[in-house]
Every structure is written in structure tokens, then in C-alpha cells.
Design a protein around this ligand. Structure first.
Ligand SMILES: [Zn+2]
Length: 449
């Protein structure tokens, strides 16, 4: 159904004949609306520029219109209906036959030359995918374009926001953490990335492909000296590669083993022992009715968060599935690691940690002894937490944010896209101001009469 048919005589738009009204609704300056047609699934809006006279960009002579080409572009939805702009783009020709310009096609800042979305639709797509971590596929479906069109818009509008030098300022407390970004397939092992976090500002500074010492070192080598000097504390997980990668650029900074990761090392020990005992006693991996498998989550819950019922269930599971008290031993070792964080006092923490280390090293169970040597090798860094107060909160938050982006990503085709989306979501990007929407109020007072 044709909703609107504008005057095509180049006359002045006027609200009374509907021309000005259609243009006001369209809201793209420099364009007039020729026709609006309602199709079953979308509105098709035919537009042209209002530039009836243009000069040649090379010689300045008045150009003449040669012909038109039609370009179709997707715009933001209009009153809940998908909108397709059909731009009757003019091709101009220089009248001077000797001029090297010859012919050219008009352009507009509202349209990207590379993308099938209007600039405003592309910016909105970038905001939805970046700021709100919405899936690219969902937006592509909503806008009626393909996945790549949306991803290209995210790149086109998001890259400058992420690369903005003012995004990351001075960082005093730096967090380094690894995250997997692609699960293993038949072609490759799990791929890892290293996240760099400003622990105080709680934002992700950057994401580097790989988790080797060299990957971290290379990133640090690209920072300027003043920035590196400003880093006073670095919190990492208990990975030798990170400890090595911090040298030489951050040798001056205090190194802290992140409490969240220290506790995780204890949790992993419990899991390892549980799996092995399960296998040895039952001859298979954990199944849902196996006593140890049923308490796997309770085993990792901090003892202060277990209620009486939970504790009883856990003890029962251990009695049924842990004949040699090996899992119990690992659980006690894990709890002794958590105890280190019961106090804020360095001296007290040192006593608790040394007790935990000695207990682990003396254990008969190999996994627990290995936990002991990890703790021993990170003793200084673990206690540095109590000295500096570097908190694990942001790093845990970092993992959550990354998970959110990953969950909506359904696997990333390239690391660059992954980095861009993580940084748009959690990198403290300054988004261009969005027009504020004036509030609509309900009529008051409310009346139930
Ligand atoms: Zn010319």
C-alpha cells in the first residue's frame, strides 16, 4: 500500500502536503522523501538528496546530473516496522570535458559506503552488541541483514571507541588473568587469551591472544615507560608463565597471587582427588547417583556457607564414597588454604599459610602434596595480598563479563572480533551520547473509581 507520495517537482517541503511531515519522521538532513510504501514485512521509503545544484569537486564548475542508481539500505525500525531506504543516488558529471573528475556518485555522512546499514542503524547495532552484549545473530535477524553486516558495523563504529587513547589511564593495580576463548576442536586445542584488568577502575584494559610468558611480555613491551612505572601492584593467577612474562617490564611492581585463584587451586585439588577416587572405587567417571559425584558442589562450598543439612549430606557422601579419607584430606587442605583469608593481618596470614603448606607437603596423597608445593612456590605472592589489599573482586567480575560476551557469541570466528566485543562491553568505553528520551508520565492522580 502506498502511504505517501511526495511532490517530485523539487518544490519546498511543506507540512501541509505531507512532504515535510515524512521528512521530519525520517530525520535525515539533506534528504527528501519521495514515496513511502507499506509492504507486508517492511516500510520502503524512497529518498533522494535535496542537493539539486552541485559544483565539481575538481574544477568547481556547476555539474550536471547524469543518471541515478538505486541503493537499498536498512535503517532503524520505524514505529515497530522494519524500514528499508531506497536511495535514488545521483550520478553527476562535470560539464567541462577536459576535467579529470568526469563523473561521480553523491555520498552522505548518514550512509556508510561499506555497509548496508545507515550510520545511525550501524551505531545502534554497535551499542547493542557492545554495551549490552547482545548476540550479533539476534540483531542481524531483527534488522533483516546478514551476520557480517552487523559485525562490520560493530567494527566500523566500535574500533575507534576501543582504541581511544583516553580509554585507559594510569593503572596502579594491574590484574592479569587468562580466559579460554575457543574450545578445543578436532583442529586445535583450547585457545587462550590473556586479559589485562585495571583492578581499581574495574575495567578490562586489553585482551591478548595466547597465555604464554612471551604474549604478556610483548604486550608490556608496547606500553610506554611512564605507564609501566605507574603500575605498583600486579595480581595474577598462579601461572608460572605470567610470573615470567612480567619480567623485565614490571619487575619493580609488587606481585600478588590473586586470592580467587589461590582458592581455585585448592578447589581443583579437591576435584582431582574426587575424580580419581571415584574412578578407583567404581571403575568409571562420576555419574549422577555416585556418592562423591553428588556432593561435588558441596565439597567446593566454603565451610562457613554450608548449613547443617549440607554438611550432613557431604559427610554422608564421603563416608559412602571415600574409603581412605583421601577426598576428605583434600577438602581439609582446601579449607586450610581458604583460612589464609580469614585474617587481614600479614603475620597471622603467614602462620596460617605455613601451616597449610606444611600440612599439604606431609600428606600421603600426591595431589595434596602437589598443592603444597604450588603454595610454597607462591608463598610471597600469596601473602602480598595481605600487604597491598589488592582485591580479587574485579578479576572475578572480569570473568563474569567475559562469560557474558562469550555466551552470546556462539564461538568467535576471529580473535580480533572477540577482543573488540569484550572491550566494548567491559573496557570502560565512552559511548557517544544517546539522545535522552523525555519521560511520558501516567495521568495523575490515579483513580480507581
Ligand atoms: Zn570538473
Amino acid at each position: 500500500m502506498r502511504l505517501f507520495y511526495g511532490c517530485d517537482d523539487g518544490g519546498t517541503p511543506d507540512m501541509s502536503d505531507g512532504t515535510g511531515l515524512a521528512e521530519a519522521l525520517l530525520g535525515l538532513d539533506g534528504f527528501r522523501v519521495l514515496e513511502v510504501t507499506e509492504m507486508p514485512a517492511e516500510l520502503v521509503i524512497e529518498i533522494e538528496t535535496t542537493a539539486d545544484f552541485v559544483g565539481c569537486s575538481t574544477c568547481g564548475q556547476r555539474a550536471e546530473s547524469q543518471d541515478r542508481i538505486e541503493v537499498e539500505v536498512r535503517d532503524l525500525a520505524c514505529f515497530g516496522r522494519a524500514a528499508r531506504l531506497r536511495w535514488r543516488k545521483r550520478r553527476w558529471r562535470c560539464r567541462d570535458e577536459g576535467c579529470p573528475a568526469r563523473t561521480w556518485t553523491e555520498g552522505s555522512p548518514h550512509f556508510s559506503s561499506r555497509n548496508l546499514l545507515t550510520v545511525r542503524a550501524g551505531k545502534e547495532a554497535c551499542y547493542q552488541v557492545g554495551h549490552n552484549a547482545r548476540p550479533v545473530a539476534g540483531l542481524a535477524k531483527e534488522l533483516g541483514v546478514c551476520w557480517w553486516t552487523v559485525m562490520d558495523a560493530v567494527k566500523e563504529h566500535g574500533t575507534s571507541l576501543v582504541e581511544d587513547p583516553s580509554r585507559v589511564g594510569k593503572v596502579a593495580h594491574l590484574g592479569v588473568d587468562e580466559t579460554s576463548y575457543l574450545k578445543a576442536t578436532s583442529e586445535h586445542a583450547t585457545l587462550y587469551a590473556t586479559g589485562l584488568v585495571d583492578l581499581r577502575a574495574k575495567l578490562i584494559i586489553d585482551l591478548v591472544e595466547g597465555n604464554a610468558a612471551a604474549d604478556l611480555r610483548k604486550w608490556l613491551a608496547q606500553r610506554d615507560e611512564r605507564w609501566l612505572k605507574g603500575v605498583k601492584v600486579v595480581a595474577t593467577d598462579l601461572a608460572e608463565s605470567f610470573r615470567a612474562g612480567l619480567s623485565p617490564h614490571l619487575t619493580h611492581a609488587k606481585k600478588v597471587a590473586d586470592p580467587f585463584h589461590v582458592v581455585r587451586v585448592g578447589n581443583r585439588c579437591v576435584d582431582k582427588v574426587r575424580r580419581r577416587v571415584q574412578n578407583e572405587t567404581l571403575g568409571h567417571r562420576g555419574r549422577k547417583d555416585d556418592p562423591l559425584y553428588r556432593i561435588r558442589k558441596l565439597l567446593l562450598t566454603g565451610t562457613e556457607r554450608l548449613n547443617e543439612k549440607g554438611r550432613d549430606r557431604m559427610l554422608l557422601g564421603l563416608r559412602a564414597g571415600d574409603p581412605d579419607d583421601e577426598v576428605l584430606g583434600a577438602w581439609l587442605a582446601k579449607e586450610s588454604v581458604r583460612d589464609v583469608y580469614l585474617t587481614d593481618d600479614v603475620a597471622e596470614a603467614a602462620v596460617l599459610l605455613d601451616k597449610a603448606i606444611a600440612g599439604c607437603l606431609a600428606d600421603e596423597v600426591e595431589e595434596i602434596r602437589s598443592l603444597g608445593s604450588t603454595l610454597r612456590s607462591w608463598r610471597k605472592e600469596i601473602l602480598e595480598h595481605h600487604r597491598t589489599g589488592a582485591s580479587n573482586g574485579p578479576t572475578e567480575g572480569f570473568n563474569l563479563l567475559i562469560k557474558k560476551v562469550k555466551r552470546c557469541g556462539h564461538g568467535f570466528r576471529t580473535f580480533e572480533n572477540y577482543r573488540l566485543r569484550v572491550l566494548l562491553h567491559a573496557g570502560g568505553v565512552t559511548w557517544p551520547e544517546r539522545p535522552a528520551v523525555p519521560r511520558l508520565r501516567t495521568r495523575s492522580p490515579h483513580s480507581n473509581a
